[in-house]
Write a new protein. Structure first.
Length: 509
């Protein structure tokens, strides 16, 4: 598929290019359940969620949305909604229980059956190899803070490419490695719950290395037509004001929130300002070995971008009269990542302030930066609704990486959904959110960004990481007691968009 400019139809409709991919996304631990079935062993999220005080209400992903047992019904639902693609992740410990050695065939069989069911309904399977659920056995020997985990991930990628390479045309190595590194090892609000700034930076580098090594394996195993990618929750960082302190705060967060990944993956090196900002935290010369950057920067075919809300920052409170919170704001977040977006998590009230920040910063070298909630409408996550941030992010990313196609791999919102007495779930605020963000995507394409597709987060209500089951992002409502699925009004609206490839021009922001 090549880039095609969108159209504004004479009927007042914004028409997306032919071949634009319309999909929805989930993640294994958030929807599958069957946590101890068919050879699956604990991941770091099993351990984390079963630790008292880590997850809201003590919720776990043991059952989640029971997708493991109900995937055929869920695929039929996707077909009814007219989806063209389904982005799902693989539970590493379902396939490779200790993160080493041969695969468990029952685990592979589940993903083969899922892919076959999708293909049978005309839905393209899109695989994410890693969405945060590291086998607990690997964490016991250091997790992402040690280089060997990158080697183990390459082995896992080889197993999955061999099992699904004949079925799956799109492959993503990692989902939101920022969350894995900085929320998992820095602020501790994600699994494995460690609060070590140096460990967060080590994890970031080893995740980058894991991505590069997996790309090498995928390219050597998959058909030439397969497309490889990584998905990043890039922060659309905005200074609260144009003061020197505000501009420096934005630069710092852009470095440790974005360029710590885009630098080595897309441009062959870590940015000098990031290295300077964090030199007192980690020894980069010892961490980055000869050959690492060449491995990390292997070419990819697509870049996935997850976006929910912008990130507004200033210098330390005393420099701006700020009441913002240092640390990780709800605005730096994502739900496929929710509970951070990918970025700032806020479950147990005793451990988190009103901004969704842990007592430990996920921003090594930038701990004094203050975060601010922009004025205006917010979602149930207390994230600002601002579609212009997605437009700006797509335009910037496209401008900095000419020739690299983009996909919006997560975008959506949590609201306080409920079932009406008539048995319906009406969510007009989610429709408004999606309408505005899709109009922003259309505008970015019209202005030159090569965006190939859009994946709604999420297909189903699910286990929202440290928020447990308290936040609902799904287009489909899940009654967790009965596992009944009820498509919300937003699901029907999105189904119409997916079928026609157009939205009303009047919806443009």
């Amino acid at each position: 598929m090549t880039a095609v400019r969108p159209e504004t139809a004479s009927t007042g409709l914004l028409r997306f290019p032919p071949g634009f991919v319309w999909g929805a996304a989930t993640a294994a631990y958030q929807v599958e359940g069957a946590a101890a079935e068919d050879g699956r062993t604990p991941s770091i999220w099993d351990t984390f969620s079963h630790t008292p005080g880590r997850v809201h209400n003590g919720d776990t992903g043991d059952i989640a949305a029971d997708h493991y047992h109900r995937f055929r019904d869920d695929v039929a639902l996707m077909a009814d909604l007219g989806l063209g693609a389904y982005r799902f992740s693989v539970s590493w410990s379902r396939v490779q229980p200790t993160g080493r050695g041969p695969a468990v065939q029952r685990g592979l069989d589940f993903y083969r059956a899922l892919a076959d069911e999708l293909l049978g309904k005309g839905i393209t399977p899109v695989v994410t190899l890693y969405h945060w659920d590291l086998p607990q056995d690997l964490e016991e020997v250091g997790g992402w803070t040690v280089r060997d985990t990158a080697e183990r991930f390459a082995d896992f990628a080889s197993i999955m490419a061999g099992a699904l390479g004949d079925r799956v045309p799109y492959w993503t190595t990692l989902n939101e490695p920022w969350c894995s590194a900085f929320l998992g090892y820095g602020s501790g609000v994600h699994a494995p719950g460690r609060t070590e700034p140096d460990a967060a930076l080590k994890a970031a580098h080893h995740l980058n290395l894991a991505h590069g090594r997996a790309i090498e394996v995928l390219r050597s195993t998959l058909p030439a037509t397969a497309r490889t990618s990584i998905t990043l929750n890039l922060h659309q960082v905005r200074p609260l004001d144009d003061s020197a302190a505000g501009l420096d705060a934005a630069r710092r967060i852009d470095a440790v929130g974005n360029r710590v990944f885009t630098g080595p993956i897309l441009h062959g090196g870590y940015p000098a300002d990031l290295l300077a900002d964090t030199a007192h935290v980690v020894d980069w010369d010892a961490l980055v070995r000869d050959g690492d950057l060449a491995e990390i920067s292997r070419p990819i075919d697509l870049l996935g971008i997850n976006y929910y809300t912008p990130t507004v920052v200033s210098g330390p409170p005393e420099s701006a009269g700020s009441t913002g919170s240092a640390g990780s704001p709800g605005s730096a977040a994502s739900p496929g990542s929710a509970g951070s977006p990918g970025s700032a998590d806020a479950p147990a009230p005793a451990r988190f302030d009103g901004h969704g920040a842990s007592a430990h910063s996920p921003w090594p070298g930038s701990e004094q930066v203050a975060f601010h909630l922009p004025p205006g409408e917010t979602t149930a996550m207390s994230w600002a609704v601002d579609a212009s941030g997605l437009y700006d992010l797509l335009r910037r990313t496209a401008g900095e990486n000419p020739g690299l196609p983009l996909m919006v791999t997560e975008n959506g919102a949590a609201f306080d959904d409920y079932v009406s007495p008539e048995g319906e779930v009406n969510d007009p605020r989610r429709i408004d959110y999606l309408r505005g963000h899709l109009a922003a995507v259309h505008r970015a394409i019209a202005d030159g960004a090569d965006v190939r597709g859009y994946f709604l987060w999420s297909l189903l209500d699910n286990f929202e990481w440290s928020y447990g089951y308290s936040k609902r992002f799904g287009a489909v409502y899940v009654d967790y007691a009965t596992q009944t699925r009820i498509p919300k009004s937003s699901a029907r609206w999105y189904a119409q968009v997916a079928r026609t490839g157009e939205i009303a021009e009047s919806d443009a922001p």
